[in-house]
Design a protein around this ligand. Structure first.
Ligand code: ARG
Length: 572
């Protein structure tokens, strides 16, 4: 059990003894002067009771005296307007750190009721390039899926790609009339996008062409053999290109169930909603109305257009059914940009009206901006291709490595550049609050100092280099930890905090909590390493204890970065 969980349990016992009702929160103290953890529960409950918070804090501390808190903490102290401060006893902290050394979960408690969670993320649209905007969903979704799995949930990742829709009318026309087959073979995504853009631009002035494209679309929807075959080839080509990007990013999906996978379900679904009077016909269209909901009152969800066509929303409703039936989903997480929040509210409310109990969560995010604070574009005004961004990051990382460590050569240099370059892009995303619009800056993300992937990777490498200096690697898995110096203590508290931090990521779906934690851990390690000689420690037992602290820091950095989808090199 984590320290805050233990303190909280004792605190609950004490509150009960005083007949106080509250859910105490325990936070880490920012300043060691105030102990290691603190709670404001006396202030919260004093308000309820209309008594003096400091006096109540003393009563709570007295009641805590009747609990086993004293086995892990020094007598709590009152601070300021009524905070209660807790300071861990060194032997308790040392014993806990020792136990972490052999814990495969590094102190992270496993979920009490594991959930079956479908994570819907990335989901680009076929025949359009995956651009920098898709990066956020892709990287955040992957980090959340990894974190949920680590906590013991059953996670299914599903890439709900946009492989059906009106754009195919234009793509079909373009394929039949404008396609350069040699270019398609060489670079399918670029050629498909070229064709799509050309047709799209021409339809703006050419009404007749618009109708021709519509006719192609209608034929596709009716199952016309030729059009279906072309459509299938487009999907295959696009998927090939997408898989290449995901493989660069080391991101894997359990399923690629695109929108088209649900086509057969749409008509019966709309019928059943009409039958159940959840939807009704309005101006020829089938709509779900939400008169009871202020935010949605004026935004009915259209599920079948007047011309009989189905919509994005219809597909999403059918997708929920499928995920509940096939994956027994308890929860579905949609990692999709904030502009789609109305869409998801409509879908979620409709699902509720249908009596579904699956928990549906829209995990929204903001945009990525260029250094000019506008949405990121290339000079010619196009959005920036993701693969180009990744390649550039790797090239820049390689240059930095060449300067810093010219000994690194050949395959190892290439591999390290990839790990550092991709790590930089991922971390610069994940260290931001997901709702902020952040500025994409190469210099910032590749810097060796500050909250960056290279800094964390370098910290890991530095730890590995300590062990390379040893003649043989000692078994540290049950090493007794000694805490004598303040820097050792601070590092031990940080190591213990991994157990609180990882579950916290899922409270509001914020990988940046973990990123910040890892940065603080690395800083605590560097302070420790400066203050405490390891290889030249005073005694063999102190040396082994310090090696074990370094080892555990390395494990925690590696595991934490892995949850963010970031690898670590051995040298850099
Ligand atoms: N393809 C959509 C887009 O690029 C995102 C799909 C998100 N997932 C979903 N189930 N609606 O905007």
């Amino acid at each position: 059990m984590t320290f805050p969980a233990q303190i909280s349990a004792h605190l609950k016992t004490a509150l009960q003894a005083l007949s106080l009702e509250a859910q105490p929160t325990i936070t880490s103290s920012q300043d060691p002067k105030f102990g290691d953890y603190q709670t404001n529960v006396a202030m919260v409950t004093a308000k309820q009771r209309k008594t003096n918070p400091r006096a109540l804090a003393q009563e709570i501390i007295d009641a805590l005296g009747e609990t086993p808190l004293s086995t892990i903490c020094a007598p709590p102290e009152i601070a300021g307007p009524g905070f209660i401060n807790f300071r861990l006893l060194d032997p308790a902290l040392a014993a806990h750190t020792t136990s972490l050394l052999s814990d495969p979960h590094l102190g992270v408690p496993q979920a009490e009721t594991p959930q079956r969670i479908v994570v819907d993320f990335s989901a680009p649209n076929v025949a359009k390039p995956m651009h920098i905007g898709h990066l956020r969903s892709t990287i955040i979704g992957d980090a959340l899926a990894r974190t949920a799995r680590f906590l013991g949930h059953h996670v299914t990742t599903d890439n709900h790609i946009g492989d059906w829709g009106t754009q195919f009318g234009m793509i079909l026309y373009g394929w039949k009339n404008l396609l350069d087959h040699t270019a398609l073979e060489a670079d399918p995504i670029t050629e498909l996008v070229r064709v799509y853009k050309k047709v799209n631009a021409t339809t703006k002035e050419d009404e007749a062409l618009k109708d021709t494209c519509k006719a192609e679309l209608v034929k596709l929807q009716a199952g016309d053999e030729e059009n279906v075959a072309i459509w299938q080839q487009c999907i295959d080509h696009s998927l090939k290109g997408l898989r290449e990007i995901y493989s660069w990013l080391d991101i894997h999906f359990d399923h690629y169930l695109g929108e088209s996978a649900y086509n057969d379900r749409l008509a019966p679904l709309v019928e059943s909603l009409l039958q159940a009077e959840i939807a009704k016909i309005s101006d020829g269209a089938a709509c779900v109305f939400f008169p009871e909901d202020k935010a949605l009152e004026e935004h009915p969800c259209i599920i079948r257009k007047g011309d009989g066509g189905f919509l994005y929303a219809t597909t999403d409703l059918a997708t929920i059914d499928y995920r509940v039936e096939e994956f027994q989903a308890d929860q579905i997480w949609y990692v999709v940009g904030a502009p789609q929040s109305l869409h998801f509210q409509q879908i979620f409310e409709t699902s509720k009206k249908r009596g579904q109990t699956v928990k549906l969560i829209h995990i929204a995010h903001g945009s990525i901006l260029g250094e000019d604070r506008k949405l990121m574009r290339t000079r010619s005004g196009e959005s920036v291709g993701l693969l180009d961004v990744l390649h550039e990051s790797i090239e820049r990382a390689k240059k930095a490595i060449e300067e810093k460590n010219p000994d690194l050569q050949g395959e190892e240099k290439d591999k390290t550049s990839k790990i550092v370059g991709l790590g930089a892009v991922k971390y610069s995303e994940l260290s931001q609050h997901r709702m902020t619009d952040y500025i994409f800056s190469w210099d910032k993300m590749l810097a060796l100092t500050g909250s960056t992937a290279p800094y964390l990777q370098y910290s890991y490498v530095r730890i590995q280099s300590i062990f390379r200096k040893l003649e043989s690697n000692p078994d540290l898995s049950s090493q007794e930890i000694q805490l004598t110096e303040p820097a050792e203590r601070t590092l031990a508290i940080k190591l213990a905090a991994f157990g609180e931090t990882v579950p916290d990521v899922l409270n509001d779906f914020r990988p940046n909590i973990l990123a910040t934690y890892l940065f603080e851990l690395a800083k605590a390690f560097h302070s420790f390493f400066e203050a405490c000689p390891v290889l030249t420690a005073e005694s063999e037992s102190q040396k082994l204890s310090r090696l074990a602290l370094a080892h555990q820091t390395g494990r925690t950095l590696k595991t934490g970065l892995d949850l963010l989808g970031i690898e670590v090199p051995d040298r850099m």
